[in-house]
Design a protein around this ligand. Sequence first.
Ligand SMILES: Cc1cc2nc3c(=O)[nH]c(=O)nc-3n(C[C@H](O)[C@H](O)[C@H](O)COP(=O)(O)OP(=O)(O)OC[C@H]3O[C@@H](n4cnc5c(N)ncnc54)[C@H](O)[C@@H]3O)c2cc1C
Length: 379
Amino acid sequence: MKLQENFDAIIIGAGINGCGIAAELSRAGNSVVILERGAIGSGTSSKSSRLIHGGLRYLETAKISLVREALRDRMELLSLYPDLVQIKPFYLPLYQSSPRPPWMIGTGLKLYDLLSGKYSEYKSHRISTDEFLDHAPSLSPENLKAAFCYYDGKTDDLELTRRVAAEAHQNGAIIHEHIKIREIISDQSSHLIKTNRGEFTSRVLINSTGPWIDEVNQQFDLPTNYHIRKISGIHIVIDGLLTNDLMFMQTAGKRIFFIIPEPENDRTIIGTTEREESIACDEVSYDDSDIQYLLDSINDYLIPQRQLAVNDVKDVWIGIRPLIAKKNNPTDLSREYALDRHQSGSTTLIHVFGGKLTTFLSLARKTYRLLGNRLPLRR
Ligand SMILES: Cc1cc2nc3c(=O)[nH]c(=O)nc-3n(C[C@H](O)[C@H](O)[C@H](O)COP(=O)(O)OP(=O)(O)OC[C@H]3O[C@@H](n4cnc5c(N)ncnc54)[C@H](O)[C@@H]3O)c2cc1C
């Protein structure tokens, strides 16, 4: 590598969002480099529930535009990556203990169908409890009062991130994995990034470090208008298929969790938990109580012969959702993501706060538009 390289844009972080932005900018002819401290997708983008979804539960808090945007992205991802993103039936049982009545679920699902717009080929519908139990023989028929079927997307998050990174690479983007950033020096004419493998300069710097964003901003003293709240979530993995199809489950306490069978890997993923974290991202870990919470949640609905114990758990992973909060109003968590732009002379810094796996296409395009659609960015 040359001692110093200049790019149209430097992106920090090779998660789905950093790679998506790199693909978008490089497709338009810009020279782009991604600096990633670990491997591509090694952060949150390999710790998700692997769903490409509008987020049914966001309807409860009337986040209609968020759901609509995610459903649009869902349709596009289904056609762009048919081998990696597939539409699947999801089943949603309602037990006596379910906190939401059937009419509410039915109405929410109809709205979800509507928000899928003209693309909605897959309509939700109520099914009989007998039909439901055919799809989920391990779930208990006791106290089951209603069941619904709706459709959403399923993917492999790490493979999707790697694919988008490969696209960026094909467009000419350079991706440096396992690189350590030592210093960021910004003035009115350029950003200079000093690393253990050389120096990089650009007029555009994009900080796409997911849940690490506050720590990066603090370490390199970057200006910012937002903070994040870190919400960790674990998934547990058991051998074999617990159900034939994906299940959207509700706990009596109004929390939700998914049962995600992966026939291709002969395993079932169950998740997730939610806990606010105040320690550094790298120190966040799970404990026995997190695993037990998921086991208790699912055992409430499993027939006696299929009850799960700790030794059935073959793998566990933990990820951190970065929920955005405005600096002057930390309780404003209304947006799914925010692009925080700082202009100084001819240099631009954009922080990517939040953003789901599902919405990386919209987020990347908005980032590009925020840069002024200049082709190439370098003048
Ligand atoms: C439990 C859980 C379940 C989820 N389920 C879903 C789901 O089903 N569907 C969905 O759409 N979304 C889901 N999400 C959200 C989704 O996974 C994330 O929003 C998305 O992966 C974030 O991508 P990102 O690129 O912003 O961040 P990340 O993937 O975390 O990428 C940030 C990258 O920055 C790198 N980095 C950090 N610091 C530095 C540094 N100093 N120098 C260089 N690189 C650095 C990290 O190594 C990392 O690779 C879930 C999230 C969680 C936690």
